[in-house]
Design a binder for this molecule. Structure first.
Ligand SMILES: [Zn+2]
Length: 141
């Protein structure tokens, strides 16, 4: 039954999408979190496991009016864990850095007992808003 299968897949996908949009909503906007940043680019390379072949390469641009959610989905179907790059980005922007590299393994478990079933390596590039060099005005305590 191809139809039923498709419906089930769509249902699972949409519940995951709702979960993610809730997370994005709660994360707020990039300009709220990092008003000094004009753009963040993340080049992510996905691997099947810690050492496996490259699954895909993805470039994500995050703009001031984008969500400040840096949670990347795990490429494995039905895995809701994924990769949270927030700590790296907070640290990088916190020190005014322009780029950083790192890697992360998904902590999800498909029930197969394998602690690592997908990983990414990534390069984060941050561009800062030059206007922010001026003293902030209009901010009331
Ligand atoms: Zn996973």
């Amino acid at each position: 039954m191809k139809r039923g299968e498709l419906a089930r897949r769509q249902a699972s996908r949409s519940s995951r999408t709702i979960e993610l949009s809730k997370e994005r909503l709660e994360a707020g906007l990039l300009l709220e979190k990092f008003p000094q940043v004009s753009q963040i680019t993340i080049l992510a390379t996905y691997y099947y496991d810690r050492t496996g072949p490259v699954l895909m390469v993805q470039t994500v641009n995050i703009f001031p009016n984008s969500s400040a959610c840096f949670h990347f989905q795990c490429p494995k179907k039905d895995c809701t864990h994924g990769f949270d790059l927030s700590p790296d980005i907070v640290e990088l922007v916190g020190k005014g850095g322009k780029s950083a590299r790192g890697s992360a393994a998904c902590g999800g478990d498909n029930g197969a007992g394998s602690p690592v079933h997908a990983s990414i390596s990534y390069e984060i590039t941050v561009q800062y808003n030059s206007l922010n060099r001026h003293k902030k005005t209009g901010q009331k305590a």
